[in-house]
Unconditional design. Structure first.
Length: 85
């Protein structure tokens, strides 16, 4: 699956977290410098494909799945894997 730039940025930011950590949409906006609408669209697609998942706690927080961590390590996305929250 090819990622759009916002998807790669969001997945890159989430993949840098420990598996127990998660970020809100607002935190992802700061980490990626993307607008909220782009973050929401990216999270929707990433969650539908099993690469990211929302937590059950409020406010909604998002984390990367193991499958997502593997996907973002592909050489074509290397520049996005370093996105820090």
């Amino acid at each position: 699956m090819a990622f759009t730039e916002p998807e790669a940025k969001v997945l890159g930011a989430l993949s840098n977290l420990d598996s127990s950590q998660a970020l809100t949409v607002r935190q992802l906006c700061r980490a990626t410098t993307l607008p909220e609408t782009s973050i929401h669209r990216a999270l929707l697609r990433l969650s539908r494909t099993g690469l990211a998942m929302g937590t059950l706690q409020g406010p909604a927080r998002w984390r990367c799945t193991n499958r997502g961590r593997l996907a973002i390590t592909r050489p074509v996305y290397r520049e996005y894997a370093g996105t820090r929250p």
